[in-house]
Design a protein around this ligand. Structure first.
Ligand code: HEC
Length: 140
């Protein structure tokens, strides 16, 4: 192969390869379809943001939330019963009320927790519907 053709081939590879890679990674990084994502957009994103970054001093971010790491066993109850009072996180302190979500079924909660964990958590532990039902029994 002549050097000219090699350059042409390399150029073509860059031209088409890079955008394809970018598209692939964007699709991979955005689990924006599926039931969990829909539930999040319906019920949570108004306060915590589509990107989970929260809203300044009002609503805490979800990435690195202790409820997705060491306190994950309490996450289901937090969503079901809501939370109020002061809350201190790595990003600051919050003192607003988060509403309860009594209408979310164990199936919904399981999908939602899976979504939160995959997107912002550090574990990929799956909260099965059965797990969720057990955790709901322990809610205050
Ligand atoms: C009306 C606004 C609002 C909505 C809607 C809302 N939240 Fe919240 N959320 C809050 C507020 C405010 C706090 C902090 C409460 C406090 O200050 O005690 C919070 C706290 C949290 C925390 C704990 C954060 C931490 O780092 O400790 C998690 C997790 C959470 N919310 C998840 C959710 C999920 C999941 C949904 C959807 C089902 C949701 N929230 C819907 C306002 C909201």
């Amino acid at each position: 192969m002549s050097p000219d053709r090699k350059y042409l081939l390399g150029g073509l590879l860059l031209l088409f390869g890079i955008p394809l890679l970018v598209i692939f990674f964007q699709m991979h990084n955005r689990p924006d379809t599926g039931p969990g994502s829909k539930l999040y957009r319906q019920h949570c994103s108004a306060c915590h943001g589509q990107d989970g970054k929260g809203l300044r001093a009002l609503y805490p971010p979800l990435s690195d939330s202790p409820y997705l790491i060491e306190k994950q066993a309490l996450l289901v109850c937090l969503i079901r019963v809501g939370i109020r009072g002061s809350l201190v996180t790595a990003d600051g302190s919050y003192n607003q009320r988060m509403p309860a979500f009594p209408d979310l079924t164990p199936g919904d909660l399981s999908q939602l927790v899976l979504y939160l964990q995959t997107r912002w958590g550090k574990t990929n532990q799956i909260s099965s519907v059965k797990n969720v039902e057990q955790q709901l029994l322990l809610c205050p």
